[in-house]
Design a binder for this molecule. Structure first.
Ligand code: F6R
Length: 624
């Protein structure tokens, strides 16, 4: 996830791009850069490593002058944060500058072809490929050159492109990564989101996949990749400029919950290309033989990442048939685990800096385990000490309570289990194809879940004043229950516990009373009948009940309802429902975080809590 902006008009482009980048810094802060075309046709660029403030200082020392420009703030995916990997990337002839958000899946292949044609690459990024491709296809028409280049690409992208030989023109294009065009008077803009340009205009075109925008100071032309003109209604941004940083959302947490269709897609990109192609996972640091000979996998992490690890453990054993276990990082080292040959330790962390996770990693490494890290932040301490790293590619997470990163961690660990199954032959080709097909549907299912937010808020309205909550599930969704409870307690301060529903009768059932609501996950699948039994037991004890169930399930709304009970007794009332679309049970933990995050979010909001910065918590915990 990176942020891109662009400007064409009569004012100084660098200041406007910089201002837009400030509002996009939430999308990445590994490096930043701006390219501007001067009036005499020079393409000048300035790039700096680190936060945007460093670029601001550099621009004060060395201003860039010109009324056409593009800018970028980077979240590293291919190539570490460095000067040469910073955007904009420049073509070999120094005439074309490109900013990119997304991942070019086939960049290796394209890069090799370009190198054979004599092109010299200056960076390790996938993005630089685009600058050289546009140069290759440029014969006087920048829009056409961009279209031809894009036809060669697989993957997800939004690009902004300028060329010294096409002064006064900015071309932008997207596929799967967000892009808007801002409409001004005598000037126009591009950006990754509306917030970046809201200060300049409230009128935008929202660009769709495989659409190209060609901007000049005077106007905007929208076409398909085939050049056919596209008519688009102007969208008027309904929120004020002050709300820009959060893209119109009240809290970063809300914004990040809503980013999940995009972050899920980014996580799949380059890994699951089609139902018929095997899953590809780069960077594992393990040979296929090592995967075949693996005898044990130990997952370890803290907090939310630990819940993702619980799902990883379940699926690694169930699908790839490798004995697996999961441990809280703070506990793993202290129990002095025995590490046999051929043991893999998978450490999971958003920040890559969590002290307990780092300590667990070091102890497992010392005992001879191979270390594979599942991380979000690139170049972290955990990344440096691991044998292999898979990045979840979710972009910066600002809300203290993890949302999109949990979903992407769970997705990554699911892909890891499926990849190991592929290599070890523990699933049939038909089963694998069906999983890949379902994985590719996840971004759309996430959209469906988010569209049901109002109904979830209604449920929150009924229960937000209660004091306690019990989250119950079975099987693969026990971690979903635990994560749901963690989210609820950390932002709403309602005391919440996540349990295996099978454990309920061994203690937690004593909590059931009208002030304690239960959230039961009872979607269609292997454990459904048993969950109904648990719901009935809670209803019989007058507990308020919220059920997460599959669309069309006619049994659950009235499960356990006693028509003879007093009308104000919860036993007499139908269950409150959180409906979810049908999904394969084994993949459901990837999606079920979303409605549970929304339930916690709205409960906390109704209780008036400081959602982005809950009391006593920090985003990165660097002490044990
Ligand atoms: C809860 C949350 C924390 C983190 C935990 C680990 O919403 O965000 O529980 O998951 O502190 O942090 P990372 O993933 O950075 O190692």
């Amino acid at each position: 996830m990176c942020g891109i902006v662009g400007y064409v008009g009569k004012r100084q482009a660098s200041g406007i791009c910089l201002d837009g980048l400030k509002r996009l810094e939430y999308r990445g802060y590994d490096s930043a850069g701006i390219s501007v075309l001067t009036e005499d046709g020079q393409l000048n660029s300035l790039k700096t490593v680190g936060k945007l403030s460093i670029l601001c200082e550099a621009l004060q020392q060395k201003p860039l002058s010109g009324a056409l420009g593009i800018g970028h703030t980077r979240w590293a995916t291919h190539g570490r944060p460095s000067q040469e990997n910073s955007h904009p990337h420049i073509s070999g002839n120094s005439r074309i500058a490109v900013v990119h958000n997304g991942i070019i899946e086939n960049y290796q292949e394209l890069r090799e072809g370009l190198i054979r044609d004599g092109v010299k690459f200056a960076s390790q990024t996938d993005s630089e490929t685009m600058a050289h491709l546009v140069q290759k296809h440029y014969d006087g028409d920048l829009r056409e050159a961009v279209c031809r280049a894009v036809r060669e690409l697989h993957g997800a992208f939004a690009f902004g492109v300028i060329c010294a030989d096409s002064p006064g023109q900015l071309v932008a294009v997207r596929r799967f990564s967000p892009l808007v065009v801002g409409i001004g008077e005598g000037e126009n803009f591009i950006a990754s989101d509306m917030g970046a340009i809201r200060k300049e205009t409230d009128k935008v075109y929202v660009i769709d996949d495989n659409e190209v925008a060609s901007l000049t100071a005077e106007g905007v032309e929208l076409t398909g990749l085939d050049g056919a003109a596209i008519e688009r209604e102007v969208f008027v941004i309904p929120w004020p400029a002050e709300a820009a940083e959060k893209g119109g959302h009240k809290h970063f947490m809300h914004k990040e919950i809503h980013e999940q269709p995009d972050t899920i897609r980014a996580c799949l990109t380059g890994r699951v290309a089609s139902p018929d192609r095997p899953i590809m996972l780069d960077g594992l640091g393990l040979s296929e033989d090592e995967i075949r000979n693996m005898r044990r996998v130990v997952f370890t992490a803290c907090g939310t990442a630990y819940h993702a690890g619980m799902t990883g453990r379940f699926l690694m054993e169930k699908l790839a048939r490798i004995p697996s276990e999961v441990d809280l990082a703070a506990e793993l080292r202290d129990r002095d685990p025995m590490v046999l040959d051929h043991t893999l330790c998978v450490v999971i962390s958003q920040s890559g800096e969590t002290a307990d996770t780092l300590a667990a990693l070091r102890s497992m490494k010392e005992k001879g385990a191979k270390i594979l890290a599942v991380l979000n932040v690139v170049d972290s301490s955990i990344a440096r000490e691991s044998d292999g790293v898979i990045y979840i590619q979710a972009g910066p997470e600002i809300g203290v309570a993890s949302t999109k990163c949990y979903t992407s961690q769970t997705l990554t660990l699911t892909m890891l289990a499926l990849y190991f199954s592929q290599v070890r032959g523990t699933l049939t080709e038909d089963e694998l194809r069906s999983y890949r097909q379902e994985l590719l549907r996840l971004p759309e299912s996430a959209k469906v879940l988010l569209a049901r937010e109002d109904a979830i808020r209604e449920v929150a309205l009924k229960h937000y004043e209660r004091t306690d909550a019990l989250y119950l599930a079975r099987g693969v969704n026990v971690p979903s229950a635990m994560e749901g409870a963690l989210k609820m307690k950390e932002i709403s301060y309602i005391h919440a516990e996540g349990y295996s529903a099978g454990e309920m009768k061994h203690g937690p059932i004593a909590l059931i009373e009208p002030k304690c609501f239960t959230v039961a996950i009872a979607i269609a699948g292997e454990v459904y009948e048993k969950m109904i039994g648990n719901i009935m037991e809670i209803k019989a004890r007058s507990g308020p009940m919220i059920v997460v169930a599959t669309d069309g399930d006619a049994r659950i709304p009235d499960a356990g309802v006693d028509p003879h009970a007093e009308s104000d007794d919860f036993s007499a009332q139908p269950n409150d429902m959180v409906w979810v679309p049908p999904m394969p049970e084994m993949l459901s933990p990837i999606l079920l975080g979303i409605p549970l995050q929304l339930l916690s979010y709205h409960t906390a909001d109704l209780r008036g809590k400081d959602i982005d910065q809950p009391r006593n918590l920090a985003k990165t915990v660097t002490v044990e």
